[in-house]
Write a new protein. Structure first.
Length: 227
């Protein structure tokens, strides 16, 4: 039984200060959208910080949301070399940084194949330059998310598919839910204060389409722009 786990990645590694203290100035630069000279050292130092916590089953408070949820999933399911975890990152430097760290930590125990991180163009959380975050979200991000998910699902046949929405850009959760159910994927979520993983199987009859939701959001955004 092959499994696919799509996992949106966020920046809790930064917000929870899970990086080594000596890289604080580098992290500040990354949050501002500026790649520091010690970027790779910052990635590898943060990986080393998290690797032992992850592998030794230390409390999840010392892990990012994504790593905590995947560790619980592994303890409940038998992941093997044919299974695939795919990481989806936001279109920001701090999002990409955290996704790179998560990938390297996940590769250590060699549970299964780790792919990505794949950046979803248009999903931004902070204005670094003169950007229209809402416009990019609707006009580019949503469609890019759909296309990336469809590309991944076409790449190989899986017996069971999951969309892990525990980490990442919370603004996409309604769209990720609809997209997951359209594609017959189960939703996966781990509450920060709980050790129980919530898995919601797709309903047999599902009538809301991703395109309907996307068109509705586009219309609302357009109307707000004229107020």
């Amino acid at each position: 039984m092959t499994k696919l786990i799509l996992t949106t990645t966020g920046t809790s590694i930064i917000t929870k200060k899970l990086f080594p203290p000596q890289f604080k100035s580098e992290i500040t630069s990354i949050e501002e959208g500026k790649r520091p000279r010690q970027y790779e050292n910052c990635v590898n130092g943060t990986v080393n910080n998290l690797r032992n916590v992850f592998q030794q089953n230390l409390p999840k408070e010392f892990l990012s949301a994504e790593l905590a949820s995947l560790r619980v999933f592994k303890s409940n399911e038998n992941l093997n070399e044919n299974d695939v975890i795919v990481l989806l990152a936001t279109d920001t430097l701090d999002g990409k940084f955290c996704a790179e760290v998560i990938k390297k930590v996940l590769e250590s125990p060699k549970w299964c194949n780790i792919e990505g991180p794949f950046t979803i163009k248009g999903f931004k959380t902070d204005v670094i330059q003169n950007e229209n975050i809402a416009g990019d979200f609707v006009n580019a991000g949503l469609n890019n998310l759909k296309e990336e998910v469809e590309r991944i699902l076409r790449s190989k046949t899986f017996d069971t598919t999951y969309f892990n929405i525990t980490g990442g850009f919370k603004g996409i959760i309604p769209f990720a839910t609809i997209l997951a159910f359209e594609k017959k994927m189960s939703l996966m979520y781990l509450y920060e204060t709980s050790s129980d993983l919530i898995i919601i199987d797709p309903p047999q009859d599902f009538f809301c389409s991703f395109k309907e939701m996307e068109d509705s959001t586009s219309r609302i955004t357009s109307e707000l722009g004229h107020i």
